[in-house]
Design a protein. Structure first.
Length: 383
């Protein structure tokens, strides 16, 4: 039987550190979440971890541990975490918004928007290829010597692909970074401005940032590296576009609800969100949409673990193009992982069930543990 959030609303999360999201008595589900979360935290020495569950638009928050060992500040639903590559889903949404506005087409080629790229090998790819990691085999990161906009354009103009566009997937920050540059260019705005003054407000994300304002720094969790030393994001070229967003449980739960059409946003933005869920090709165990990765639902946990493995992130894989493109599907598990040196994150949602989960931590720990935790919790909602 489905365990509704109406019943959960009177529950208390064990050892919950944010009274506003807790009530008087723990439910069975709350106990399961607390036990599972604390097990992961103990195994990987995670200082703070937050979980948000959304069920048909009703949201529930589970904070554990501390945002900073130095200050002992407890994690709350408002604690800001670095999202790492989950940021890419926002970049993709900016591109589809530009397309919905008639300012950009995902079928266009990069040289249409960036003159230095016209006629280069990269110009054989499409904008959509950039958003699906299939432009031809970019490296995971930009070379360290690329430090300026001029050097960036020179790098892209001189880059030589290893594969024909659309035929192979190689997960890469330069690829989605260039997508962000093109999207912002088409909107005649700097990328950071387009995100912070247009996209985030339009989606109702009031505490999501590329640059955390001074007044919100007290909510910004301290990250910890593999040696448990304090660390935060040290941005490089294309960091904003590829991995620079900071957000909290409340905003990300709303983002998942908007992605499932459960909260009202302007039609042009709903069109943009929906367009990021269009499938372009099969690769390994999933369908590649614009950044989002989609699995036919129901799905076994081992399949999700394979799709979120290091092999999928670091190796090149041949694609099976979908013609026509696959329209957004309800019976799918849609997910994205993200990490920086000091943070690890995972988001997933199932449109047919109108359910989603957000897991944020101030340590980069294995994707497998994140996936198993999410799968266990979402599975418990229907018991």
């Amino acid at each position: 039987m489905h365990l509704s959030f109406t019943r959960l609303a009177t529950a208390l999360v064990i050892a919950c550190t944010a009274p506003l999201v807790c009530a008087a008595q723990p439910s069975g589900l709350d106990n399961q979440i607390a036990i599972a979360a604390r097990k992961v935290m103990a195994q990987y020495n995670i200082a703070g971890l937050g979980i948000a569950i959304t069920d048909n638009g009703q949201q529930r928050f589970y904070p554990f541990g501390v945002a900073s060992r130095e200050t002992n500040t407890p994690v709350s639903a408002d604690t800001l975490f670095e999202l790492g590559s989950i940021s890419k889903t926002f970049t993709a949404t900016l591109a589809t918004y530009a397309q919905a506005q008639g300012k950009l087409s995902l079928d266009d080629h990069p040289g249409k928007y960036l003159e230095p790229l016209r006629g280069t090998p990269l110009d054989n790819a499409t904008v959509a290829d950039l958003g699906t990691h299939s432009a031809g085999g970019f490296p995971l990161q930009l070379p360290d010597e690329v430090q300026t906009d001029s050097q960036l354009m020179t790098y892209f103009a001189q880059w030589q692909p290893s594969y024909a566009p659309g035929t192979h997937r190689t997960y890469a920050n330069p690829s989605i970074g260039l997508l962000g540059v093109i999207a912002a260019k088409s909107l005649h705005m700097p990328f950071r401005e387009a995100m912070q003054t247009t996209l985030f407000p339009a989606l109702g994300l009031s505490h999501t940032y590329l640059q955390v304002p001074p007044a919100q720094m007290h909510t910004y969790a301290q990250g910890y590296d593999k040696q448990d030393q304090p660390v935060r994001l040290n941005p490089a070229m294309l960091a904003d576009e590829a991995y620079g967003v900071k957000s909290n449980l409340r905003d990300l739960a709303r983002y998942l609800d908007a992605s499932m059409g459960l909260v009202p946003v302007e039609p042009v933005w709903q069109k943009a969100l929906d367009a990021t869920h269009v499938g372009y090709f099969k690769v390994g165990p999933f369908t590649q949409a614009l950044i989002w990765e989609e699995y036919g639902y129901p799905v076994a946990p081992d399949v999700l673990i394979q799709g979120n493995s290091n092999a999928m992130a670091y190796d090149t894989h041949p694609t099976e193009p979908l013609r026509p493109l696959q329209l957004p599907q309800a019976n799918t598990w849609v997910n994205k992982t993200g990490a920086t040196n000091g943070f690890g994150a995972y988001v997933a949602f199932v449109p047919a069930r109108k359910q989603g989960i957000v897991i944020l931590a101030n340590k980069n720990y294995p994707n497998e543990a994140r996936v198993r935790l999410a799968y266990q919790i979402l599975g418990a909602l229907d018991k």
